[in-house]
Design a protein around this ligand. Structure first.
Ligand SMILES: Cc1cc2nc3c(=O)[nH]c(=O)nc-3n(C[C@H](O)[C@H](O)[C@H](O)COP(=O)(O)O)c2cc1C
Length: 233
């Protein structure tokens, strides 16, 4: 991993993860780059035009950066399960004057093809994928454009699948990650596993470089368990 980072001039081993929904502003990504880290723009929920504008703003500042995309991985949502969830969330929605009963589940690929075309047409140093693993041809196209391709995974099985798609490196996300899980199977509960243990499992399955993410609270977070010689759960 350190070679991939040093190739970009990144000095810090701590990166600014993508946060869709507004958190990962160009200013944050530029600040991360100036601090010797690497920041990610979050393409999720954005139009291709809005992403293009944010990529231009970061590029103009001359810092390395990445872009994170939601890769399609449709998981059909049963209409009754959706309706139950909408009812459970309605009290929260009322605070914003929204009615959740007006629509049913809708599938949306988050403008996948247009965003890939945009990034291939004006390559960025790193691209990462979350929620789905792209087709090997898409990965190869991005790599031919000089882009380092990363895949978010939450298990050794997903890591193996990502390796077979040809990605350069993995983001191994533990179940304590904030925001949402990158799991490829959101219809199943997440396995309860500590991040160090998950990284070790992935490491024994694939040889790709790894970035660990999720619930990293500080140097002391895992020490008590590990120094007592017990294997974390
Ligand atoms: C508000 C929010 C939005 C997020 N959006 C994305 C996203 O768009 N893409 C992604 O890969 N991860 C996203 N994540 C997950 C983070 O990239 C990262 O994996 C996770 O926050 C790391 O765990 P931590 O929050 O415990 O440090 C988001 C996290 C938060 C808190």
């Amino acid at each position: 991993m350190s070679r991939l980072l040093s190739d970009l001039g990144v000095e810090l081993p701590v990166l600014a993860a993508p946060m869709a929904g507004g958190g990962s502003t160009p200013e944050l990504v530029v600040a991360a780059g100036r601090a010797g880290s690497l920041g990610f723009l979050a393409a999720g929920y954005k139009t291709p035009a809005a992403l293009d504008e944010q990529m231009r703003r970061v590029r103009a500042e001359g810092v390395p950066f990445g872009v994170n995309l939601f890769a399609p991985n449709p998981v059909p949502v049963p209409v009754d399960a959706y309706a139950r969830y909408a009812r459970a969330m309605q009290a929260e929605a009322d605070r914003y004057g929204l009615s959740l009963s007006a629509t049913g589940p809708t599938e949306d690929d988050d403008d996948w093809a247009a965003k890939i075309d945009l990034i291939v047409g004006s390559p960025v140093p790193w691209v990462s994928f979350t929620f789905g693993i792209p087709d090997a041809r898409v990965v190869a196209t991005l790599r031919r454009a000089g882009i380092t391709v990363l895949q978010s995974v939450t298990s050794a099985e997903e890591a193996d699948e990502a390796a077979r798609a040809g990605v350069d490196a993995l983001i191994v996300q533990g179940p304590a990650a904030g925001g949402h899980s990158a799991t490829l199977t959101p219809d199943r509960p997440l396995a309860s596993v500590s991040l160090p243990h998950l990284v070790a499992r992935v490491r024994s399955t694939v040889t790709l470089p790894i970035i660990a993410a999720g619930g990293i609270g500080g140097p002391a977070t895992w020490r008590p368990r590990c120094t007592r010689g017990r294997t974390p759960p």
